[in-house]
Design a protein around this ligand. Sequence first.
Ligand SMILES: Nc1ncnc2c1ncn2[C@@H]1O[C@H](COP(=O)(O)OP(=O)(O)OP(=O)(O)O)[C@@H](O)[C@H]1O
Length: 273
Amino acid sequence: MLSLNSVSKSFSDRKETVRAVQNVSLEIERGEFCVMLGHSGAGKSTLLKLISGQIDLDEGQITIDGQPLSRRNRRQLQHRIGMVHQHFELVERLSCLDNVMLGCLPWVPWRRSVLRNWNRLERAAACHWLQRVGLEPGHASRPAGQISGGQQQRVAIARALIRRPSLILADEPVASLDPQTGRSILTLLRDAAHQVNIAVLCNLHQPEMAQEFADRIIELSHGKLQFDGTPAAWSCHARGVGGAPVANDTISRKGRPHFGEQAFPPSCEQAKR
Ligand SMILES: Nc1ncnc2c1ncn2[C@@H]1O[C@H](COP(=O)(O)OP(=O)(O)OP(=O)(O)O)[C@@H](O)[C@H]1O
């Protein structure tokens, strides 16, 4: 689903060149909850920005759903990606439902989106995803700025899910939350991977949470891929047991429950047709 082939990115100013991402290759499949660890400055956010097309790579290739990411198709491929941020990035004065609908902007005519004139199917889809991320129906009409941080992150995840993305990129989604709320958010993201069959790539600073929730851990160090494997193998790697880092030691997804796509209401894109 997502494929990175020898991806590199440097930042230069007059004084120095920072090699933020160096020769990174990996593949992530739908249904996989993949956590990226690494020290501060390891290149995690840069890698997410490269995948989401926010910045251009220097070398290598990124492929999403079999299509190489380029300047020409960047906008189209971005529509297949849902973003989840550390600080939620909601419009606080708008209702939770309107915030979820912002995930559909590429498919809603400009005039209707300015007036927030959503049709019945769009409202139904937004309410469905709000409910799916664990929010009560009463939250739909509440301004996003008036709910808790954990609830805001749930709205942000609903906004990502309503796009029916192939991939969710989450940049430190629990960094602003207490550990218990953080765990509930990681549970949601893992469920999105497993139950809605989305590839999720999530930056974290908490190795213990990565071990608890991830199907697979990727570790970057100084821009390079340092480790790629199961949480159990990462634990040995982190303790210096078991020798060399494991590469491509992904676990089988066979036997994991997958709910059929038809179990969910149509996306806004489908609703428009
Ligand atoms: N726009 C930029 N211009 C110059 N240097 C940058 C830019 N963005 C990132 N860098 C540098 O690239 C390196 C990787 O940064 P990045 O933000 O990807 O790290 P990170 O692993 O996400 O760190 P953190 O966990 O602290 O967010 C750092 O040395 C950073 O200073």
